[in-house]
Design a protein. Structure first.
Length: 110
């Protein structure tokens, strides 16, 4: 494998390791307005105490446990509970996509 192909693979891994979600309804934190959330691919430790099937089904309780561990800025459980459902679905979709094997993601994109 040549050097350019290796760099391209590394860039793709970094890009797929984080997904940016633009919020339909921005969050207000004091004077700061949060309009987008960066969701990083969870490691096994971030998934502790949660069934993977619950995350794939976008179970609200499972998402409120995992999202504070993998978001930047870190969302709190109260923020997640007060969040616009459309935004929670977007965040849950990002988490679900990270849990799918690469082959299944490629099939879903085509």
């Amino acid at each position: 494998m040549d050097e350019n192909a290796t760099e391209t693979q590394a860039t793709e891994q970094v890009r797929t390791a984080t997904e940016t979600v633009e919020l339909d309804t921005p969050l207000q934190r004091g004077k700061q307005t949060v309009t987008e959330i960066h969701v990083r691919k969870p490691k096994a430790g971030s998934l502790r105490g949660v069934a993977l099937a619950d995350l794939l089904q976008m179970d609200v309780q499972a998402l409120t446990k995992v999202l504070p561990r993998i978001t930047e800025p870190a969302l709190t459980e109260p923020e997640l509970r007060a969040m616009d459902p459309a935004d929670l679905v977007q965040l849950g979709n990002a988490v679900s996509n990270f849990l799918l094997p690469r082959r299944m993601r490629a099939d879903a994109e085509s």
